[in-house]
Design a protein around this ligand. Sequence first.
Ligand code: PMP
Length: 402
Amino acid sequence: MAAFDPELIRGDFPILQKLIYLDNAATSLSPRQVVEAQNDAEYNYRANVGRGIHRLSRIATHQYLEAHETLKRFFGGENGTLAFTKNTTEAINTVSLGLRWNKTDRIVTTIQDHHSNLLPWYRLKNEGRVAEVDVVRGLSGVILPEDVEACITKDTRLVAIGHASNVFGTITEAEEIAKICKDYGVLLLLDGAQTAPHLPLNLEKLGCDFFCFSGHKMLGPMGTGGLWISPDVAEPDIPAPLFAGGGMVAQVDGTSFTRVEGHARFEAGTQNVIGAVGLAEAARYLMRLGMENVADHSADLARRMISGLSEIPGVHVYTPSGVPLIGTVSFTLEDVHPHEVAYLLDEAAGIMVRSGEHCCQPLMKGLRLAGGTVRASAYCYNSEDDIDMLTATVEEIAGMVK
Ligand code: PMP
C-alpha cells in the first residue's frame, strides 16, 4: 500500500458499504485478509500444534509459532514472552491470579480503569491476598504520573494502569510511569486493550513489565488476545500459569511435573490456532498500513469529532482537547439518555456507537453520569465523512428534543 488511504482500506471491510461503524473501542471489524487467512488454516492445516508429527501438525505448529513472533515484532517486544489468551481480561487475570502475593502487598490502579483492570485486583484485596488497592482519583481523563507516584508506598508491588482510557480516549504517559515504577522497584502492568490497535509501540523501550491486549480490537478475530511479559521480569515475578495440562509440561513423574519455558507454559490444552493465524494476519495488515499513520488518522478523527460535537447546543463532550488521543470520544446530549442517542444514530443514519457505562462504573459514578455516555470510536477505515455524518445526525437528534 503506497499511502495511507481510508477509502482503499474500506474496500477490505465489506460491511462498511452498508453502515458507519464507530464502535471500535468495543471491537473492531476484521478485513477480508484476516478472514481469508483463517479460512485457509481451517481448510488446509487444521491440526493440534506441538504434538503431532504429520504434515498438517507441522504446518499448524509453524504458523502458530510464527504468529507469536509476528505479534512480538508488532509490539517491539522480540525478547519478551508473548502468550496468547482469549482477550485482555484473561491476560490481566493471568497476572492477578498467577503472581505469588504477600499479604502486605499493595496494588495501584486508577478510577478511570476498565472493570477488567479493577476487579482482578479488588478480588485479591477482598480475599485478603493483598493488603490494599490504592486508586488514583481524577475525573478529567488525564492521569498524571506524579499522581501515580503519590500512591506508591513501600509495600506497593504492582501498578496496573490503562494505557488509554476506553471512555475518554486519552493516552496515559506510560513511559514516564514506567520510569517511576523502575525507581521504586514496582512492577508495571499496562492494560493495552485500547492502545494496541492505535499506537506504534515498542514495549521494550517503553519499559512496562506486563502488557495485556485484545486481538479483536486490532482487526483480529474474536476470542484472541495476549499477555506480553518483559525479558526484565525476574523468575519470581513471572506469573504461574492459570491452567495446568497438555502442552505446558516438560516432564511428568509420578504426581509431580516441570513446566516448559516461554509462552507454552501459559497455553495448556488445545489452543485457538485458527484465531492466532488470523491475529497474526491482522498485525501484518496494520504493519503494512504503518502504525504511525493509523495513530495520526485516529487522533485526527477524534479531534474532528470533538470540534464538531462541541458546537452542538446541549452536547457535552467529556474527551479533553489538546492531549494525545486514540480516536475515541465520549459525550452526552442533554435530556436524552445515551442509549436513546445510540439507538437513534443507528435508526436515522446507520451509525453504530456504544452507549452506557463502558465497564467503568467507578468513573461514571464519579462523573455522576447515571446513564453513562455515548462513545464514538474511530479506526483506520473511518473517514472524515463518517465523522461529519455523526455530527450532523447528533445535531438532528438535538433538534428533535428542543
Ligand atoms: N481494558 C480496556 C481499557 C478495555 O477497553 C477493554 C474492552 N472494552 C478491556 C480491558 C477488556 O477487553 P476484553 O473484553 O477483550 O477482555
